[in-house]
Ligand binder design. Structure first.
Ligand SMILES: *Cc1c(COP(=O)(O)O)cnc(C)c1O
Length: 497
């Protein structure tokens, strides 16, 4: 039966609504806003990477809750003047601080479409859920996982790592852990990761109720990879002490230096010891798309779970984290919670069970899959792979520049796209070498030219350039080298005075 559909939008409704009275005006204003952002991205090179926020701008945002309306044009103007110029700058080609993606105009407009649809991708019979399943299928294909593997978009790798720990916990203790907690079993679980692992692994162990004392930080070898003898030794020791090893988190692309653990060898150990093998591939896992780097990820296909972000090397706008789990049933059984108001049907809107909300803690979920799907469809994985390769080539270029420059020194091997180096100098009366390098980084950030960050390598403070952004070129690398030396020399001269 065809229902009657209104031929025209009814007029004269008096109830409150948030739609505009004048769509023509809103349309014109919307086009302006879209153009402003496209201009912003197109002209990003003419702006500083970052600039300090003036106090006057900060204080604009200390007002009370507005009960009365403000015109959209006016609010947009506030955005242009006081918000847009003062973001952290990760879309800028000179941004090399931390590991952050640059986003794309395609991702941006896809976000607009997703917001217009306002899909809640927790579940129900709708194409947005099907689209997420399409991306899950692509991810399975990339990592050679079986059809029975499950996948889910999440905020980021921090959440993805937490989910993997929870599923591994179910695997070790059984689903009764969901009701009885850790007292469900006498087993005392212990987990392993390298001392170069991201802090969110320890956080995941903490949040899972195991406590961070249950995490062994295995030392690294000279290449900043997990030391496998030490791992094997720790497992043997823990078993001898009556503990139950249950989880090994390897890293594909450490956040400090970009090292890739020996995944295949860790897979062997995990298999032999019957321990869950997880990979934190936050940014590195997508190197599977770059033919010359992919072989170094060998073993990733053997993982029980992989956590990674589309918002880093994948250049999808924030946020777009992902968790892939080999045993989809165990993943489902770790999170699914039947409730009367979420009843499933075989037809109608409540069909299509299981739903994404059955695979993680979020019920309401945004349409992260759309911007990811657009990005992959529009650019294709070959192009994204080339972007990834090129950031690694730039890192090699930066490494060479550091090596041929007598006032600079390299502090860690350059395995992927991260270069850790420092300005050479002797400790002065005023500052030691670490303080000078820390100040150089602050000067660089405040200059707006390029923005690296810092880390500590073998006890030394390093200038850390993580090249993730697809816009970065040799121009920014040259600028980094020149500005580092210029700022460094100011400190040298100051201490000679
Ligand atoms: C960035 C990163 C994380 C954290 O990911 P988020 O998306 O920021 O939550 C975890 N591990 C590694 C290796 C990372 O580079």
């Amino acid at each position: 039966m065809q229902p009657e559909i209104l031929a025209e939008v009814p007029t004269g409704l008096t109830k409150a609504t948030l739609d505009p009275a004048d769509w023509t005006e809103l349309r014109a204003q919307s086009h302006l806003m879209l153009d402003d952002m496209l201009n912003y991205i197109e002209d990003i090179r003419t702006r500083p990477v970052w600039q300090p926020i003036p106090q006057s701008v900060r204080s604009t945002f200390h007002e009370g809750v507005p009960a009365q309306p403000t015109a959209l044009t006016e609010v947009h103007e506030i955005f242009m003047q006081n918000i847009l110029p003062y973001s952290a700058g990760n879309i800028h080609p000179g941004f090399m601080g931390w590991v952050q993606g640059g986003g794309t105009p395609v991702g941006m407009v896809a976000e607009m479409l997703a917001a217009g649809l306002n899909a809640n991708v927790g579940g129900r019979d709708q194409m947005p859920v099907e689209l997420e399943k399409q991306v899950v299928q692509w991810v399975r294909e990339l990592f050679d996982f079986p059809e029975t593997a499950s996948g889910l978009f999440v905020t980021g790798t921090s959440m993805a790592n937490l989910i993997s720990v929870l599923v591994a916990r179910t695997s070790a203790l059984g689903v009764k852990v969901r009701e009885k907690g850790l007292t469900a079993s006498d087993k005392r679980l212990v987990a392993y990761t390298s001392s170069g692992a991201h802090g969110c692994i320890a956080q995941a162990i903490d949040l899972s109720g195991l406590g961070t004392h249950a995490l062994r930080l295995i030392p690294m070898n000279d290449d900043f990879q997990m030391n496998l003898n030490a791992l094997q030794h720790a497992i043997v020791e823990d078993r001898a002490a009556g503990l139950t090893p249950f989880f090994i988190a390897a890293t594909a692309g450490t956040v400090d230096v970009g090292a890739i653990d020996n995944l295949d060898a860790i897979a062997d150990i995990a298999q032999k010891e019957k321990i869950w093998f997880h990979i934190d591939g936050a940014y590195g896992a997508l190197a599977i798309l770059a033919p010359e780097i992919a072989p170094r990820l060998t073993g990733i296909q053997r993982a029980d779970s992989i956590a990674f972000d589309f918002h880093k090397w994948g250049q999808v706008p924030y946020d777009a984290g992902f968790i892939l789990i080999r045993d989809g049933k165990l993943h489902h059984d770790t999170f699914a919670a039947p409730s009367s108001y979420l009843r499933r049907e075989t037809r109608g809107m409540a069909a299509g069970s299981p739903w994404p909300c059955d695979f993680g803690p979020d019920l309401s979920r945004g349409f992260r899959a759309l911007k990811t799907w657009f990005t992959i469809k529009v650019y294709g994985t070959d192009k994204i792979g080339s972007v990834i390769s090129d950031t690694c080539k730039l890192a090699q270029y930066l490494k060479k520049c550091v090596e041929i420059n007598s006032s600079l020194e390299l502090l860690a091997p350059v395995s992927l796209n991260i270069v850790c180096f420092r300005f050479r100098c002797n400790n002065s009366d005023l500052m030691n070498i670490d303080e000078i390098n820390a100040n150089i980084v602050l000067d660089l950030q405040e200059s707006g030219i390029v923005a690296p960050s810092t880390t500590t390598i073998n006890g030394c403070l390093a200038i850390r350039a993580a090249i993730v952004n697809h816009r970065t070129s040799t121009y920014e690398i040259d600028a980094l080298i020149k500005a580092t030396i210029d700022f460094g020399e100011v400190y040298l001269n100051r201490s000679h005075e």
